[in-house]
Design a protein around this ligand. Structure first.
Ligand code: TYD
Length: 206
C-alpha cells in the first residue's frame, strides 16, 4: 500500500499578533535543524515587503485597502518564487511565519470578503500542508504586546480588532489546521505541535 501519510513539507504558522507564533516557529526550526528553513511574511527582502515594513506599518489606516492588499500579495509572490519553491525543490521542509491565511484574516478587516481573499491566494500560491494556528484570547494577546512594546493608548481598539481577526481565522480553519492553545507554557505548545506534525516517530521518519 502506498504511504499516503507523508510528513508536511510546507508548514504555516498563523495567529493574531501576540499569539506566540514566532516563538513556536523558531522552536520548530531549531528542532528540525538543517532539513528546514524558516521564512516569514511580510518579508523584509522584497520591494513590497520593505514598503510594508518601512512605510505602511507606520500608519496603516493611511494606506488604501487595495494598495495594502496588493503589497501583501506582491510580497508573497516574491517569497514563493525566490524562497519557498526553491527550498521545497531542494527537499527542505519550509516553515513560514504567516502565510496566506493572514491575508484572509487581516485584510478582511479592511473591507474585503474573506472568501474572495482566500480564492485570490489559493489560485496562485502553493497550499500549505499544515497550518499551526496559535489560538489565544485577544485580552492575553494585548497584554503580551503591551509587555513587548509598552503601553499604548488604544489597547481596547487593538483588542477589538484582534478579536475580529481571530473570528476569521476560526471561520477559515479546515482539516489542515492544528489548533494550539497559545496560553499554555511554550515548551508544552512546542511538544504538542511536534506530535501533531510528526507523530511519535518524529524526525527519524525524515
Ligand atoms: P507579524 O509577522 O506579526 O510582524 P512582526 O512579527 O514583525 O511584529 O506581521 C506584521 C503584521 O502584518 C501583522 O499585524 C499581520 C499583518 N499581515 C497582514 O495584514 N496581511 C498579511 O498577508 C500578512 C502576511 C501580515
Amino acid at each position: 500500500m502506498p504511504n499516503t501519510r507523508q510528513h508536511p513539507r510546507l508548514i504555516a504558522f498563523e495567529g493574531i499578533d501576540g499569539s506566540g507564533k514566532t516563538t513556536q516557529a523558531r522552536l520548530l526550526k531549531q528542532r528540525l535543524g538543517d532539513v528546514a528553513v524558516l521564512l516569514s511574511e511580510p518579508t523584509s527582502e522584497s520591494p513590497a515587503g520593505k514598503r510594508l515594513r518601512e512605510e505602511v506599518f507606520r500608519d496603516r489606516a493611511a494606506c488604501p485597502p487595495r494598495e495594502e492588499l496588493a503589497l501583501f500579495i506582491e510580497d508573497r509572490r516574491w517569497n514563493v518564487t525566490h524562497r519557498v519553491r526553491p527550498a521545497l525543490l531542494e527537499g527542505k521542509t519550509v516553515i513560514v511565519d504567516r502565510y496566506y491565511f493572514s491575508t484572509v484574516a487581516y485584510q478582511a478587516q479592511r473591507g474585503f470578503a474573506p472568501l474572495d481573499l482566500l480564492t485570490l491566494n489559493t489560485q496562485q500560491f502553493p497550499p500549505p500542508d499544515a497550518v499551526v494556528f496559535l489560538d489565544v484570547a485577544p485580552e492575553l494577546a494585548v497584554a503580551r504586546i503591551r509587555e513587548r512594546k509598552g503601553q499604548t493608548p488604544n489597547d481596547f481598539e487593538v483588542q477589538e480588532h484582534l478579536a475580529r481577526v481571530r473570528q476569521v481565522y476560526l471561520w477559515v480553519r479546515d482539516h489542515r489546521f492544528i489548533t494550539i492553545n497559545g496560553a499554555k507554557p511554550a515548551p508544552t505548545q512546542a511538544a504538542e505541535i511536534w506530535r501533531a506534525l510528526f507523530g511519535e516517530s518524529g524526525i527519524r521518519a525524515f
